[in-house]
Design a protein. Structure first.
Lengths: 185, 279
């Protein structure tokens, strides 16, 4: 459905690119936020990705691959944003998880799960985060994730393995600490 | 977490939380930036959307052709040397660090001088360059430990022709050395391969080029690392002057595509035309 717009934009049509950007921007923001865990940085990464896409669009051979191609640009923009984040590390804010997700909101993810996942996720390298997001959030298979990120399948598998193990450990650590909190309460 | 829950389901449910809509003003800012930029026209249409490396024969031919143009062009720019011709440097000013969002039109800084506080060099950047979040090194490199862009041992600057994206970054650092240029360049290339965890960088550069940096012999290395998201073209210029080894680098995060090496070398060296040794 986007292909005609991609072809027009590739030929230099700014209006077509604007329509294209509107069609894909929300999904890009969702992905970037989930990798970076920071709305401002995610917005920056989306901007960079869109601008890069515009500049580099003449190099895209297959218009049907536009969104996959854009997602790879976006992930690179997230990596770059993360590197800048490390350098300008003062811009780190912790979410008030309990305030934004009241207890009993759902049965799948508890407040403690969120807390531990947030902490565990922030400790993950961004390339592992990207694999997690593409697999668990976008629902892509591992071969699709590997293709989307431009990495070997084995690399995608190992990144998913390590990331999942780290988050599982974070969640299990939470499970071990909850009774202690309850005892001390 | 309850031990009966599937971690994958918990992770998936947690990831489903969070914003899913890009603010209109952010999109407007991006589109305003698009309006200010030209698309990069393909110099070699057959390079379009190449998933891996270019065919070596084609790449070599293209590189030779573009390098030849670049050498001539830079020779003209440099007034005799490939790099050089330092003019009077303006007084460094601490410009703003415009954030890409949400404002669509932060005031661009149209010129900048990296006047290193710890290392004996300065670079006056081309007038059309716009800097983003420039930072000077605060800790002198010790000559052996890891020093990469993002570390406080580097002077760092983001460059582009518009204010809302860091499409490439320049950095510099150095330390006293007893090595000559050949040994220093080789030593630094070896270090680079081990400095970035998880990145696959080659032990040898794909391309080398001899040049002059403000009258001092220097060597350019071009090589491609994989930081996990695809090929990432890296450029370095090494120089040794009076027992001090200097490293200047350019990276271009966010492209996700195979870059035209010759074109990137041209851009990098053009950025160094205002290089000047100090002291």
């Amino acid at each position: 459905m986007l292909t005609p717009l991609v072809e027009q934009a590739r030929a230099g049509d700014e209006d077509a690119f604007a329509a294209l950007a509107r069609a894909v921007a929300d999904r890009c923001l969702a992905i970037a936020f989930r990798i970076l865990r920071d709305t401002g940085r995610a917005e920056d990464a989306v901007q960079v990705a869109l601008v890069t896409a515009w500049r580099e669009l003449p190099g895209l051979r297959d218009p049907e691959r536009f969104e996959a191609w854009l997602h790879r640009l976006l992930v690179h923009a997230c990596y770059a944003e993360a590197r800048r984040g490390r350098r300008h590390g003062a811009n780190v804010r912790l979410l008030d998880i309990e305030a934004t997700h009241p207890a009993g909101r759902d049965e799948v993810v508890t407040i403690h799960d969120r807390d531990q996942l947030e902490r565990g996720f922030r400790r993950l390298p961004h390339d592992q985060r990207a694999v997690l997001v593409f697999h668990h959030y976008l629902g892509l298979t591992l071969p699709e994730v590997a293709e989307r990120l431009g990495i070997p399948l084995g690399t995608a598998k190992s990144r998913l393995h390590y990331a999942t193990a780290a988050l599982r450990a974070a969640l299990e650590a939470d499970a071990r600490t909850v009774p202690a909190r309850e005892r001390s309460a | 977490m309850s031990s009966t829950k599937d971690p994958g389901a918990v992770i998936g449910a947690w990831l489903s939380e969070g914003p899913t809509v890009l603010r209109d003003d952010v999109l407007a800012a991006a589109l305003a930036d698009v309006h200010r930029r030209r698309q990069r026209r393909l110099r070699f249409p057959w390079t379009r959307d190449v998933p891996g490396r270019l065919p070596m024969a084609g790449l070599a031919a293209a590189a030779v052709a573009v390098l030849a143009v670049g050498v001539v062009g830079l020779g003209l720019l440099g007034g005799g040397g490939l790099i050089g011709g330092p003019g009077p440097l303006p007084t460094p000013s601490q410009g703003p660090s415009p954030s890409p969002s949400p404002s669509p039109s932060p005031s661009p800084v149209t010129s900048w001088t990296i006047d290193s506080a710890l290392y004996p060099y300065a670079i006056q950047l081309p007038a059309e360059a716009v800097t983003i979040r420039p930072t000077l090194a605060t800790i002198a490199w010790d000559g052996s430990s890891r020093c990469i862009p993002g570390d406080p041992c580097t002077d760092w600057i983001g460059l582009d022709d518009a204010p809302t994206a860091v499409s490439r970054q320049l950095w510099g650092f150095g330390a006293p050395t007893s090595l000559d240029l050949d040994a220093f360049a080789a030593d630094m290339q070896r270090r680079i391969t081990t400095w970035v965890q998880g990145a696959a960088c080659p032990a040898e550069p794909a391309t080398t080029r001899d040049l002059e940096l403000d009258g001092v012999p220097a060597r350019l290395h071009a090589f491609t690392c994989d930081y996990g998201g695809g090929p990432d073209l890296q450029l370095r210029v090494f120089a040794v002057r009076d027992g001090f080894g200097l490293v200047l680098g350019q990276g271009k995060p966010g492209s996700g595509e195979v870059l035209d090496e010759a074109e990137e070398i041209d851009r990098f060296l053009a950025s160094l035309t205002g290089f000047r040794w100090k002291g």
